[in-house]
Design a protein around this ligand. Structure first.
Ligand SMILES: NC(=O)c1ccc[n+]([C@@H]2O[C@H](COP(=O)([O-])OP(=O)(O)OC[C@H]3O[C@@H](n4cnc5c(N)ncnc54)[C@H](O)[C@@H]3O)[C@@H](O)[C@H]2O)c1
Ligand SMILES: [Zn+2]
Ligand SMILES: [Zn+2]
Length: 341
């Protein structure tokens, strides 16, 4: 079957890979939609690992239920793409994101487990979740990034009436901003270097205001606006400029949530964090319950994720979609891939 794999720096190739064969344990899923994630972009930019078939945000139909007695062929599902051991303390507490095994064999993020940029995938049966028929495939493929935003907002311990700043208006920033409002923030600002994306966050009513991240007066403007800083800043970019602006714009005693994945070392004046007695809170992925909560929120129409979907493309257009998502000027935030298109 056809699959899109990393070939080189910013270069994909379409190649033929074997179809997964049922082993009586894993669930074989026929992919209907797969999302392109900001984390996938890091792999594409680095061109490594070669041969990786990405796609860890997916919707599909059960082809073979494996050892899941509660599933039948034809059920609509998604899955947590991770690979927790299920036995360590973190797993027993439901904090699967802390398990040392979680990323080692993640679907779409490890060479041995191809993701949704192909026709069918094999997924660990205990990670598969059946979804209600009321949710569209496009919505199902959005559950994973939405859950990242929910986790970030939870870890920001946002209180009713808080001022919250979100740095970066990719899907992770938009989802975090949406949940910041749901948690009770009375003011949510977003900063972006891409004007079209920043404006879109306001147009979609996810943020109250957008500020240009490259404005040299930005920090002063926002400190004045918030009377000394934001209660919570959620950093959803993953570079030094974003991390440092988060530390500059949070108020003394505030919380900085680091969600962005920085692939290089980030130099910072820690004295600012010391003087402000900041809580610097990392956030990785989601818990099993947060993932399920996002399915419930979508099915109960508590959150509209379709507003974030800009395009749906076939496998042949994945290369083009990545170029569009990294242009720095295009308003598109989330492009889904339909391998059957
Ligand atoms: N911690 C986790 O569990 C987790 C999960 C998913 C993604 N991520 C990471 O979160 C980050 C965001 O993911 P995404 O899918 O939204 O990515 P994305 O690339 O779509 O969005 C990042 C946005 O940041 C903007 N930006 C760049 N520099 C900026 C700056 N200095 N100030 C403000 N905005 C700036 C870009 O224009 C872009 O729109 C990535 O680093 C990704 O790897 C982390
Ligand atoms: Zn993702
Ligand atoms: Zn474990």
């Amino acid at each position: 079957m056809k699959a899109v794999a990393i070939k080189d720096v910013k270069q994909f190739e379409i190649k033929d890979i074997p179809e997964p064969i049922g082993d009586g344990k894993k669930v074989i899923i026929n992919i209907t939609k797969t999302g392109i994630c900001g984390s996938d972009i890091h792999y594409w930019v680095n061109g490594e690992p070669k041969g990786l078939v990405m796609g860890h945000e997916f919707a599909g139909i059960v082809e073979d239920p494996g050892d899941r007695l509660d599933l039948i062929k034809g059920d609509r599902v998604t899955a947590l793409p991770i690979s927790p051991c299920g036995e360590c303390e973190a797993c027993r507490n439901g904090d699967v994101q802390f398990c040392p095994e979680t990323w080692n064999h993640a679907v779409g993020l490890s060479i041995d487990n191809p993701g949704g940029l192909t026709g069918k995938i094999a997924v660990r049966s205990d990670m598969v979740i059946k979804v209600p028929d009321s949710i569209k495939d496009e919505e199902v493929a959005m559950v994973e990034p939405l859950a990242v935003g929910l986790h970030a907002a939870h870890l920001g311990r946002i209180a009713v009436g808080d001022d919250v700043l979100v740095i970066g208006a990719g899907i992770i920033g938009l989802a975090s901003a949406e949940f910041a409002k749901k948690e009770g923030a009375s003011y949510v600002a977003i900063t972006e270097t891409n004007k079209a994306r920043g404006q879109k966050a306001v147009d979609l009513k996810v943020a109250d205001e957008y500020y240009d991240a490259s404005d040299p007066d930005l920090v002063q403007k926002l400190l004045t606006k918030t009377n000394g800083g934001f209660d919570v800043v959620i950093e959803c970019v993953g570079n030094g400029a974003a991390v440092n602006s988060a530390i500059s714009m949070v108020k003394p005693g505030g919380i900085v949530v680091l969600v962005g994945v920085a692939t290089d070392a980030v130099p910072t004046y820690t004295v600012m964090a010391v003087m402000k007695e900041l809580v610097v809170q990392g956030a990785i992925a989601y818990t099993y319950n947060e993932f399920k909560a996002c399915i419930d929120l979508i099915s109960r129409k508590q959150i509209d994720v379709l507003k974030f979907v800009d395009d749906i493309v076939p496998l042949e257009k994945v290369q083009e979609a990545y170029e569009r998502l990294t242009s720095g000027t295009d308003a598109a935030v989330k492009i889904l891939v339909d391998p059957k298109k």
